[in-house]
Design a protein around this ligand. Structure first.
Ligand SMILES: Cc1cc2nc3c(=O)[nH]c(=O)nc-3n(C[C@H](O)[C@H](O)[C@H](O)COP(=O)(O)OP(=O)(O)OC[C@H]3O[C@@H](n4cnc5c(N)ncnc54)[C@H](O)[C@@H]3O)c2cc1C
Length: 385
């Protein structure tokens, strides 16, 4: 007889992934589902720092498929969960300043369109009509997808947590998983919050800390934490009513509307792996300058908040999803490399099917198996922001 501290499925990590997986599991009647989150609140890890971007413009078919599934769910999030995801579908605009990038983005757009993503390759003049005020003299083209947009990360956590709770899942906070061992029956025994538990299935949804959770079972989960930063501005009198999430591909700077002002960030290619989440004002001042070179009125903006969080980076910038070879009931939902918030709906669905049906049937996640690293890596995702 299962004891009081037995879970059919134990999920380590209460970020957007843990919450989504729990919500999808209870819908699929997976038995007793328990999320273990070491912090006192859900969603304070990488999820709390996400910029909110949701896009179809990925380079691999597998990522476009995760996006298409997820976007449909985010669009109907209020009906599904009772919480509004604030999804503004004002598009993603990639501004390109080299012929080589224009060629690559144009080729990718053909693939994206074949997968149902309405991505257009446009001229610099057309880009300026979408976002008036940008400097275009050095641009050679752009891509635009009007279905892309921005949602609120905390709303996704709140919605999935509500759905999970309504379905009977337990969301235990202040409860760190500290040791794990396989049991003879194929499940696991572990210590969470100082108490010994057992479970049939164990899900690693520990975000940037996924490697540490893998190590508890001696499993190499190749995820590196890497600091990523952005700032927000005070409200801007000149802010357009609508604006796509705009990426200046040459510098990597991205910006979008946020609380009447803007959110502006970049990913430092020289940032070493590590757990620092301290914002670096000098770096962010450089981001501001790059942004102002593209959209000169940004110079008039005042910084309001400085933010630093952790990407959970995999070797090929793709997620790591599904069971671990040799430990088939240890399931990974890791390595989202900067696009995990937007893929949480699809990942919740896929992982829940792995557990209840033995495989992910709705979405093909074979490209995301951890086994790919034994053969080298998979096809790297090219549009990493
Ligand atoms: C600056 C920045 C901008 C981003 N922008 C975007 C964006 O625009 N769009 C997008 O889709 N994504 C974006 N991301 C990425 C996105 O935030 C992540 O991919 C996503 O939030 C990962 O969710 P998660 O639930 O896997 O991880 P997390 O939110 O980090 O959750 C993991 C949880 O596990 C808990 N945990 C760890 N170890 C243990 C343990 N041993 N026991 C119990 N609990 C444990 C942690 O406390 C944490 O709460 C951005 C990230 C950053 C940093």
């Amino acid at each position: 007889m299962p004891g009081e501290r037995f879970a059919d499925v134990a999920i380590v990590g209460g970020g957007v992934m843990g919450a989504s997986i729990a919500a999808h599991l209870v819908e699929r009647k997976a038995g007793r589902v328990v999320v273990f989150e070491r912090e006192d609140l859900l969603g304070t890890g990488s999820t709390a720092k996400a910029a909110g971007g949701v896009r179809l413009q990925f380079t691999t078919a597998a990522n476009v498929a995760l996006s298409r599934y997820s976007m449909a769910e985010i669009r109907n999030f209020r009906e599904r969960t009772g919480v509004d995801a604030d999804f503004a579908q004002d598009g993603y605009l990639f501004l390109l300043n080299s012929e080589e990038d224009l060629r690559r983005f144009s080729e990718t757009a053909v693939v994206q369109r074949a997968l149902g993503a309405p991505v257009e390759v446009i001229t610099p003049e057309e880009a300026e009509r979408i976002l008036p005020g940008i400097r275009t003299d050095d641009l050679v083209g752009a891509t635009f997808c009007g279905e892309d947009g921005v949602a609120t990360p905390a709303a996704l956590v709140a919605g999935y947590a509500a759905l999970a709770r309504r379905g009977g899942a337990e969301l235990r906070r202040g409860c760190e998983v500290t040791t794990v061992a396989p049991t003879t029956g194929g499940g696991f025994s572990f210590v969470a919050g100082g108490e010994r538990w057992e479970c049939d299935w164990l899900v690693n949804a520990a975000g940037p800390w996924a490697g540490q959770v893998g190590a508890l079972l001696g499993v190499d989960v190749p995820v590196s934490p890497v600091r990523r930063q952005f700032f927000t501005t005070e409200p801007l009198s000149w802010a357009p009513e609508k604006m796509p999430l705009t990426i200046d591909w040459g510098t990597g700077v991205y910006m979008h509307l946020h609380s009447g002002g803007m959110l502006i960030g970049n990913s430092d290619p020289d940032e070493p792996p590590g757990f620092s989440q301290t914002p670096d004002l000098d770096y962010l001042a450089g981001v501001w300058e790059d942004a102002a070179r593209r959209l000169p009125r940004v110079e008039e903006a005042s910084m309001k908040t400085l933010n630093a969080g952790l990407y959970e980076v995999s070797p090929d910038h793709n997620a790591i999803l599904g069971p671990v070879p040799g430990l088939p009931r240890f399931v990974l939902a890791n390595g989202f490399s900067g696009h995990g918030m937007q893929h949480a709906p699809a990942v919740g669905r896929a992982i829940s099917e792995v557990i209840t049906d033995g495989e992910s049937r709705t979405l093909d996640i074979t490209a995301f198996s951890v086994a790919r690293f034994a053969r080298g890596t998979g096809t790297p995702e090219g549009n990493v922001i």
